[in-house]
Design a binder for this molecule. Structure first.
Ligand SMILES: Nc1nc2c(ncn2[C@@H]2O[C@H](COP(=O)(O)OP(=O)(O)OP(=O)(O)O)[C@@H](O)[C@H]2O)c(=O)[nH]1
Ligand SMILES: [Mg+2]
Length: 307
């Protein structure tokens, strides 16, 4: 594993289909950063996450949540790149009982984000290839939950909606989006350009691919983990248009397109997007916009949903 940063003891070894190689998964140990202060005033010694949550049963893959209710297991997937301010403020709002795994995938932060994730006892993957979609492609083999909730710790995602998103999947939906544009929600992070871009792309995806989205772009959403593979989001060729513009794009637009084309059970709930906390915006508006446009048009003929 070229350049891999060893951050904890080896938890397991997985085969990564996309890269055709074996990956080592590191369980990051909770008491590794003595003296690091946490945003909620506690210290980093020991994991705040408490005892391990109930394990998925071997027969059903579902964990039992109380005497009657059965909940699929949930992984909170948290991509980070120099987001220490957001992490310190937001992550303590995530309650232990909401997820079975918190998996941080870091793009090489130098501001203490990785150390913070370790101090909280989160699973941590340090991505090897640059760009947000590579963060997902490298992290997904380590996702243990049947449900994945993708969560931005920069302040844009509202933590208390995590259980609402997961519950909708347990109710039978394949994907649930925390829409910034449903009545009752608002974005304080948008500017005129991003608001128009999100609106226009969402309309285009609806018209071309049969979606009924109000927000096809937002990161904060829950879906069945296996969709990542079923919709072939791990395949390099799906993102070829980005090369025309010298950038690396995200997976959410493609996920929205292919989920709609496949006719999956999709719903949205209103989800405010508060303004970013600290750090720097990573979005490359014009390059990404151009690459997403080509990708959205290309998908009309490029990808055929399996029946
Ligand atoms: N691991 C990893 N995380 C990234 C990368 N790019 C962005 N992120 C993180 O992904 C999360 C969501 O980022 P976004 O909200 O999509 O981008 P942003 O820079 O905040 O821009 P806007 O929210 O659209 O204004 C943040 O925590 C970022 O730090 C990357 O290349 N690798
Ligand atoms: Mg953001």
């Amino acid at each position: 594993m070229r350049g891999r940063v060893f951050l904890g003891r080896i938890q397991s070894v997985l085969y990564d289909r996309g890269r055709g190689e074996f990956l080592k998964v590191f369980r990051v140990i909770g008491d590794s950063e003595p003296g690091l202060d946490l945003a909620d005033g506690s210290t980093a010694r020991g994991s705040r996450r408490g005892p391990d949550p109930p394990k998925p049963s071997k027969s059903t893959g579902f964990r039992r949540d109380g005497p009657r209710k059965v909940m699929p297991s949930v992984t909170l997937l948290v991509p980070t790149m120099n987001e220490i301010e957001g992490m310190r403020q937001i992550m303590p709002e995530v309650r232990d009982e909401w997820c079975d795994q918190i998996l941080v995938v870091d793009g090489g932060s130098t501001d203490g984000t990785q150390e913070y994730a370790r101090s909280r006892g989160y699973d941590l993957v340090v991505q090897q290839r640059r760009g947000i979609r590579h963060a997902y492609i490298e992290a997904f083999p380590h996702v243990r939950g049947e449900i994945v909730v993708t969560f931005s710790p920069d302040g844009n995602s509202v933590a208390r909606l995590i259980p609402d998103l997961a519950r909708k999947i347990a109710d039978g939906y394949d994907m649930v989006i925390a829409s910034r544009y449903l009545p009752g929600a608002r974005s304080d992070d948008d500017d005129v350009v991003t608001a128009f871009g999100n609106w226009a792309f969402t309309k285009l995806i609806n018209v071309l691919h049969g979606g009924r989205y109000t927000d096809a772009f937002v990161m904060f959403r829950a879906y069945r983990t296996k969709l990542f593979w079923d919709l072939e989001l791990d395949r390099e060729d799906a993102y070829a248009p980005e090369r025309l513009f010298g950038t690396v794009i995200g997976v959410e637009p493609l996920l929205s397109i292919r989920a709609a084309r496949r006719g999956l059970r999709i719903t949205e709930i209103p989800g405010d997007e508060p303004a970013r906390i600290g750090g720097e915006r990573k979005l490359r508006i014009f390059r990404w916009g151009a690459a997403y446009l080509v990708q959205t048009l290309r998908e009309i003929y490029y990808w055929r949903p399996k029946s």
